[in-house]
Design a protein around this ligand. Structure first.
Ligand SMILES: Cc1cc2nc3c(=O)[nH]c(=O)nc-3n(C[C@H](O)[C@H](O)[C@H](O)COP(=O)(O)O)c2cc1C
Length: 181
C-alpha cells in the first residue's frame, strides 16, 4: 500500500453516529476480526476478545444500561462551569444493527516483564486494546460501514450489568464498545 492510500483510508474513517438498520453480513464480521488479529500488542499478548451483539432484544438491554450511564454523565456535567461542559449526547448508536463489545483478558497482564514490581500491566493492557479498536475501525471503514465508539459501556454500572447480561467470565474485562452499521 502506498502512502496516499493510507492517508485516504485514515481520512475516510470518521465517527458515524447515524445508522441504517440493515444487518451486517457474517463474512464482514469475520473480515473485521481478521484485521484485528494483526494489531500489535504488548509482549504479543493479544488480550482482546469480542462479543458481537445482533439480537435486537439483547441489543436493547445493552443499550438501556449504557443510556443510564449517559443520564448520569449529563447530571455530573452540570457540576462543571457551563463553558466547560461536554456535550454528552449519546448519538443514535441504539439504531445500529450491531454492537461489538471489546473485551480484554486481564490474565494476559502476567506476561508483561516485571509487572509485579513496576506494574506497567495496566497501560500495556489498555494500549493493546486501543490498537484493536483502531484496527477494527479501519477495517469497518474499508468495508463501507461506519462505527461509533460507545465508551460509556466502560463505566461501572454499565460495565458490570452488560458483563452479567452477556455472561462474560470474571477474568475478562469489558473495555469499550463500537456500534457498527
Ligand atoms: C477512546 C475514545 C473514546 C471515544 N468515545 C466516544 C463515545 O463514547 N461516544 C462518541 O460518540 N464518540 C466517541 N469517540 C469518538 C471521538 O469523539 C472522535 O473520534 C473524535 O471526536 C474525532 O472525530 P472522528 O472520529 O470523526 O475523526 C471516542 C474516541 C476515542 C478514541
Amino acid at each position: 500500500m502506498d502512502y496516499e492510500s493510507l492517508l485516504g483510508l485514515v481520512k475516510q474513517r470518521r465517527s458515524i453516529r447515524k445508522f441504517r438498520p440493515d444487518p451486517v453480513p457474517a463474512e464482514y464480521i469475520e473480515k473485521i476480526i481478521e484485521v484485528v488479529r494483526w494489531a500489535p500488542s504488548g509482549a504479543n499478548s493479544q488480550p482482546w476478545g469480542f462479543v458481537v451483539v445482533q439480537d435486537p432484544a439483547l441489543k436493547k438491554q445493552v443499550a438501556a444500561f449504557i443510556l443510564e450511564e449517559y443520564d448520569r454523565t449529563c447530571k455530573m456535567e452540570l457540576l462543571r462551569e457551563p463553558q466547560m461542559r461536554y456535550d454528552t449526547k449519546p448519538g443514535r448508536f441504539v439504531q445500529a444493527p450491531m454492537f461489538i463489545v471489546i473485551c480484554g483478558d486481564v490474565r494476559t497482564k502476567d506476561v508483561y516483564p516485571m509487572n509485579a514490581t513496576v506494574n506497567i500491566g495496566d497501560s500495556v493492557f489498555f494500549s493493546s486494546l486501543a490498537n484493536a479498536v483502531l484496527y477494527m475501525n479501519l477495517a469497518i471503514t474499508c468495508l463501507g460501514l461506519g462505527a461509533q465508539w460507545v465508551s460509556n459501556i466502560s463505566m461501572p454500572y454499565a460495565r458490570w450489568n452488560v458483563k452479567k447480561l452477556l455472561k462474560i467470565p470474571d477474568e475478562v474485562r469489558i473495555y469499550d464498545m463500537l456500534a457498527v452499521g
